[in-house]
Design a protein around this ligand. Structure first.
Ligand SMILES: Cc1cc2nc3c(=O)[nH]c(=O)nc-3n(C[C@H](O)[C@H](O)[C@H](O)COP(=O)(O)OP(=O)(O)OC[C@H]3O[C@@H](n4cnc5c(N)ncnc54)[C@H](O)[C@@H]3O)c2cc1C
Ligand SMILES: *[C@@H]1O[C@H](CO)[C@@H](O)[C@H](O)[C@H]1NC(C)=O
Ligand SMILES: *[C@@H]1O[C@H](CO)[C@@H](O)[C@H](O)[C@H]1NC(C)=O
Ligand SMILES: *[C@@H]1O[C@H](CO)[C@@H](O)[C@H](O)[C@H]1NC(C)=O
Ligand SMILES: *[C@@H]1O[C@H](CO)[C@@H](O)[C@H](O)[C@H]1NC(C)=O
Length: 357
């Protein structure tokens, strides 16, 4: 079937952004999304619904990460302006503090494209903070945003969606027609036969969902060994996400009372407005960021297929760690670019087939 020519494996924000980039290139009718978990599901093995999510300076300062962030930021700003309500994305004023000076490369890059970027005078910084900036960030309602993406892909673009767990990467090649598979399996990449990337590891986070309609700003503090943040959730009737934790290699989905208390006391200290009877904790969640030593992997590989004695192309796109929402669209554009040759031949050969018939 023509719709099985391209398979996107995974329906987290990474796979959905790849499907969107394909659809924007006119490839929707050749594309199928396959995933064990889809928007609306809650599972420890599905990270995307648990995210904060805001655009922040948290990503590393290597060239790739800076590039993906910049594309992602511009895309999200555009989306907030054009269709923010439907996509659950909005512009929000943001403050970020560092206890240690961040790298100059990172600051230069941020200053270059972040809207309203401003360095806070030293005299205005809280105690123990070495550096701080304000800018306009974009915040997303993570579970609602992935719901918007799947709905847009399925209803607006007509992309086929199949719920299925794939036992190994070979099986993502659904039929003889499948030429290209995008591997967007998040934490699944660590265990999936045919991929088993030992550089992958989970980074656990715990967050508190609270009602705090009086809080309209995003605030983050990057500590030496802690991350504290407040993120308003668009389209949620005044809910905010309070965090957080970054526990490398920890993979439990359980939540802990002492971590909740730590989050509440740190966020109240960071934003005293929160310390009010109007703040009402609603729920506590934990999620596992799909992290990878050396950063995310966006790369193409040819694999020999067990059936049909031919080769298939896999484009890997996993290991987004704590930045899948902010950098996902940038990673998707690049994943699709890498496969440009194969995609062109899919477009041309399908026209050729039709001509021959
Ligand atoms: C507490 C917390 C806060 C965060 N805050 C932010 C934030 O503010 N900003 C930000 O940018 N990011 C944030 N993140 C990170 C962000 O959530 C992740 O980077 C992102 O969700 C990763 O998406 P993914 O698509 O790679 O993985 P996932 O969402 O886990 O999706 C993986 C998909 O692959 C499928 N899959 C895997 N294996 C198989 C298989 N064998 N067969 C079929 N399907 C399979 C799964 O079913 C699923 O559909 C946060 C994360 C956490 C935990
Ligand atoms: C999550 O994935 C791991 C690794 O594949 C698996 O052992 C575990 O059973 C899964 N948990 C759930 C709740 O699906
Ligand atoms: C803000 O975003 C960063 C990375 O995108 C993430 O790691 C962090 O947890 C987020 N902060 C909040 C408050 O969600
Ligand atoms: C915004 O959403 C509307 C309604 O869902 C849709 O028709 C329109 O194409 C969207 N606009 C953009 C720019 O995505
Ligand atoms: C997909 O990526 C994961 C790592 O994330 C890897 O282990 C797996 O082998 C890949 N799957 C395929 C089919 O290449």
């Amino acid at each position: 079937m023509k719709s099985e020519t391209i398979v996107v494996l995974g329906a987290g924000v990474i796979g959905l952004d790849v499907a969107l980039a394909l659809a924007e290139k006119g490839l929707a009718k050749y594309t199928t999304i396959i995933a064990e978990h889809l928007p609306g599901d809650t599972s420890v093995n599905y990270t995307s619904p648990w995210a904060g999510a805001n655009f922040s300076a948290i990503s590393s300062s290597d060239e790739k990460a800076l590039r993906w962030d910049k594309i992602g930021y511009k895309y999200l700003l555009r989306l907030a302006a054009q269709n923010g309500t439907r996509a659950f994305v909005q512009e929000t004023p943001s403050t970020e503090y560092w206890d240690d000076m961040p790298s100059q490369e990172k600051l230069n890059s941020m200053a270059d494209y972040l809207k309203d970027f401003c360095i806070i005078p030293k005299t205005d910084l809280p105690e123990g903070v070495a550096f701080g900036v304000t800018f306009t960030t974009v915040t997303l309602n993570a579970p609602m945003h992935i719901g918007y993406l799947i709905e847009k892909l399925h209803l607006d673009y007509g992309i086929q969606v199949i719920r299925k767990k794939i036992p190994d990467i070979q099986s993502a090649f659904l039929s003889q027609d499948t030429q290209l598979v995008f591997n967007c399996t998040g934490n699944g990449a660590r265990v999936l036969p045919g991929v088993q990337d030992s550089k992958c590891f989970p980074t656990r986070g715990q967050v508190v969902l609270a009602r705090a309609g009086h809080v309209g700003r995003n605030v983050m503090r990057h500590g030496k060994d802690y991350e504290t943040y407040i993120i308003p959730r668009p389209g949620s009737n005044g809910n905010v996400i309070l965090g957080g934790f970054m526990q490398k290699g920890v993979s439990t989905h359980d939540t802990f009372k002492e971590q909740t208390e730590s989050i509440l006391s740190r966020t109240k200290a960071l934003l005293p407005d929160l310390d009010s009877p109007m703040t009402e904790p609603l729920a506590v969640f934990a999620g596992l960021r799909p992290s990878r030593e050396g950063g995310a992997r966006v790369a193409m590989e040819e694999i020999a297929l067990n059936f049909g004695k031919r080769k298939g192309t896999v484009v890997h796109n996993y290991g987004a760690g704590g930045t899948g929402f902010q950098a996902g669209y940038g990673m998707a554009i690049e994943a699709v670019q890498i496969a440009e040759g194969v995609l062109q031949s899919i477009l041309h050969s399908s026209e050729g087939t039709r001509a021959r018939l």
